[in-house]
Design a binder for this molecule. Structure first.
Ligand SMILES: *Cc1c(COP(=O)(O)O)cnc(C)c1O
Length: 346
């Protein structure tokens, strides 16, 4: 048995969550709603939205190969990241371990929640050192943060390494798969039954082209999802977002087409960028961006700004000195970047 209860903060385990009007009566069939102090006029936005977003989860579940009860929806993945700290980590007592470099929000949320963050460097190949990750844990380590494909490095972590962490660590393992749509590797999202301690993150912000509606997903055992639902704000995903998300899901061929275009562009961009005289290395990528090591990243970044082209300067990040992170854009945008780079004089 996975000891989930012993990982949860005692106050959260004991918490009696806020019970909202929409929890007490869930049906849609009534015609007179006098339970939530809403204004009866001003349709269509006068009513509180479904606090558990059940219609949306019913649509998402078969697409993601999970059960509706294994889905948490939040205000971006960032809400799920923050909630994981608030559910599991006692401030100033517990700690988390993470690969480095990786997505910055894991550390920001740790700092906000006053939870010690232990960063363990990736190898030169940007793979996790599993022994070092496990050695960094102690009796107060509640979470290990993994991200695959990883941001900003772009590569997938070796599935065997992720598996090793999942089986050898007795706390929560988060696998952030924000970019898994761009990878051929089998996502860990489909293995919830095998790993009772996994939380997988996905998002509407990347391939699904909906960063502005702020909708993130977490997939985990129904028990873990219930804890996250207990702590979240009652109406954390607004009605406009829920409706817009349903529209996005109704046109998957459009998304598949974008994916094909972006993967084709990626395949063309990597060798083209690698050929630039100022580029010393393009790292392999499984995401919709790539990391490139260049001569004087700061200078190239500034030059591109003067040409109206913005990339991400990652040169201050551990293991990424003189690296730029470049998103795959439209063919026109990618060509604009290459043309500007070919005109660059060091
Ligand atoms: C972009 C990104 C996300 C998405 O965050 P949202 O809050 O859902 O927009 C999550 N994880 C990683 C690693 C990312 O790069």
């Amino acid at each position: 048995m996975f000891p989930l209860t012993s990982l949860v903060r005692p106050n959260i385990q004991a918490l009696k969550p806020y019970s909202c009007a929409r929890d007490e009566f869930k049906g849609k069939d009534a015609s007179v709603f006098l339970d939530a102090n809403e204004n009866p006029y001003n349709n269509p936005l006068n009513r509180y939205p479904d606090p558990l977003q059940e219609e949306l989860k019913a649509k998402l579940a078969p697409m993601k190969d999970v059960l509706p009860g294994q889905i948490f929806l939040g205000n971006g993945s960032d809400e799920a990241i923050d909630l994981i700290y608030r559910v599991f980590c006692e401030p100033r007592v517990d700690n988390v371990v993470a690969i480095a470099p990786t997505y910055g929000m894991y550390q920001v949320c740790a700092d906000i929640n006053d939870v010690e963050y232990r960063a363990v460097p990736l190898t030169e190949q940007f793979q996790p050192d599993v022994d070092a990750l496990l050695a960094a844990t102690d009796g107060h380590t509640k979470v290990i943060w993994l991200c695959s494909p990883n941001n900003p490095t772009g590569n997938c972590l070796e599935p065997a390494a992720i598996q090793h962490v999942l089986t050898d660590f007795e706390g929560i393992v988060v696998v952030d798969e924000a970019y898994s749509d761009f990878s051929d590797k089998q996502p860990f999202r489909t293995q919830l039954a095998k790993y009772p301690n996994i939380i997988v993150l996905n998002t509407f912000s990347k391939l699904w082209a909906s960063a502005s509606i702020r909708l993130g997903m977490a997939f985990a055992s129904a028990d873990i999802i219930a804890l996250m639902n207990k702590v979240k704000y009652p109406y954390n995903v607004n009605l406009l977002t829920q409706e817009k998300a349903a529209e996005v899901l109704a046109d998957m061929p459009r998304i598949a087409n974008w994916r094909a275009i972006l993967l084709r562009e990626r395949a063309q961009m990597l060798p083209a960028f690698a050929e630039l005289p100022v580029c010393s290395k393009v790292y392999p990528t499984d995401a919709n961006f790539f990391l490139a090591r260049v001569v004087k990243a700061d200078r190239i970044y500034q030059y591109l700004v003067t040409r109206g082209i913005i990339v991400r300067n990652r040169s201050q990040v551990q293991l990424c000195n003189d690296c730029l992170r470049i998103t795959i854009g439209t063919p026109q945008e990618n060509n604009a970047l290459l043309a500007a780079m070919r005109q660059y004089r060091p």
